[in-house]
Design a protein around this ligand. Structure first.
Ligand SMILES: *Cc1c(COP(=O)(O)O)cnc(C)c1O
Length: 398
């Protein structure tokens, strides 16, 4: 066969298959809730980021329909040219009120918010310190900025302190971290990070994607840790607990004003659609008015942890302080097998493997709409399929 310039793609795919790293999509039929339908079967859904069950809430659906009827399907332009609507500003004010910040700016996704904000506030002469387990969008933003990027050991303050000895060689310094780590479920040491940032004249950016709506009365980790008054930059998504699509940054007035002038992933992209904007706005009102949803989510988290502890004490769980619980497995192949066996037994929970994470795992995310019997079913199936999980120690994760 003639070789051509695209042959490498097939070879690369073969390598991905060999490592058991190959991924493909699964079709979800109909609405996604505490249960989902896949291949005509109903499964209990432990794979959703819709922590409060709002993505299928009738009020969000109605808000999206009403906004679509009023404004149309597309926003037809970028915010600075012709795409800006009153709804966008209402949503930004609602986010700022929830976060108790001076202002906020919505992006078309959380990914775009991260790359836009990071690349706007630091550049070639600057230093970024980034947690090794940060979300891909933070890492991409760091690379895009052109700053010197140093990854510190996960949540390791001593490691940050060591790297901060180089601080003076750079103009600005930015520390970036997930607040709830998306593939592990643990929290960053926010108060200590804020102290370090202050002592060394650094900015701090936290990604509240998995904390907004879940922690700190719905406001996120910053409120959970009592750090609302501290100066920092918060980014997040409208697509997880808020059940819509889009991203945001919240912070001081001058920061937001600067970003409207300097964040390319906000300036040069079409404004968030009316439907997504209106759904997110409805979601924020619900999380403020219905704390019982969040309380139910936390009851579920505690109940599942207890069930796992009682029925499967040998299973190795990563330390978690969120709605994300990870069960460690010894290899990508064993994680895949476990996910398939869970699915055969009526449980939808994904295998998360390298290169997304250093060690393979089954990732369970809980929702307020899960019932006790959903969680009991998960634990019974885990017992029945007799999963062998690997060593837990977080230091061993490399
Ligand atoms: C999901 C996620 C994002 C991306 O948000 P999208 O709105 O889905 O693009 C960013 N950061 C973290 C930590 C996430 O988990």
């Amino acid at each position: 066969m003639l070789s051509d310039a695209y042959d490498w793609i097939e070879q690369s795919l073969a390598t991905i298959h060999k490592a058991d790293w190959y991924r493909s999509v699964q079709t979800i039929q109909g609405r996604s809730g505490a249960t989902v339908e896949i291949d005509g079967r109903s499964l209990v859904n432990f794979a959703s980021n819709d922590y409060l069950g709002l993505a299928s809430d009738d009020r969000l659906i109605q808000a999206a329909i009403t906004a679509t009827q009023k404004y149309g399907t597309g926003s037809t332009g970028s915010r600075l040219l012709s795409g800006h609507r009153e709804l966008h500003r209402e949503l930004e004010c609602a986010i700022a009120a929830l976060k108790q910040t001076e202002d906020a700016l919505v992006f078309s996704s959380g990914y775009l918010a991260n790359i836009g904000v990071i690349s706007a506030i630091v550049g070639k002469r600057d230093l970024i310190l980034s947690d090794q387990y940060n979300h891909s969008s933070l890492k991409s933003g760091a690379i895009l900025s052109g700053a010197t990027v140093i990854e510190y050991s996960h949540c390791d303050l001593a490691s940050i302190q060591t790297h901060l000895q180089q601080r003076d060689r750079y103009r600005r310094c930015l520390i970036i971290t997930d607040s709830v780590f998306s593939m592990d479920g643990d929290l960053c040491p926010l108060p200590e990070l804020l102290d370090l940032a202050q002592q060394h004249n650094c900015m701090l950016l936290v990604d509240e994607a998995h904390a907004t709506g879940v922690l700190g009365d719905g406001a996120g980790c910053v409120k959970h840790f009592g750090c609302i008054q501290r100066q920092l930059i918060q980014v997040g998504t409208l697509s997880k607990a808020l059940g819509s699509l889009g991203g945001y940054v919240a912070g001081g007035k001058t920061l937001i004003d600067f970003l409207r002038n300097r964040a390319p992933s906000w300036i040069y992209t079409t404004a968030l659609s009316p439907a997504n904007t209106a759904a997110a706005l409805a979601a924020i009102r619900i999380i403020q008015q219905e704390p019982e949803r969040r309380q139910q989510l936390w009851r579920n988290i505690d109940e599942l942890k207890l069930l796992l502890h009682q029925q499967l004490p040998h299973l190795k769980l990563l330390p978690s302080e969120s709605a994300i619980l990870c069960l460690l497995l010894p290899s990508p192949a064993s994680a895949l097998t476990a996910a398939h066996r869970l699915q055969d037994a009526g449980i939808f929970a994904p295998a998360i493997r390298p290169p997304t994470v250093p060690t393979s795992r089954i990732r369970i995310s809980l929702m307020a709409t899960h019932t006790f019997s959903h969680m009991k079913q998960l634990v019974d199936v885990l017992s029945a399929i007799n999963i062998v999980s690997s060593k837990p120690a977080r230091g061993d994760q490399q």
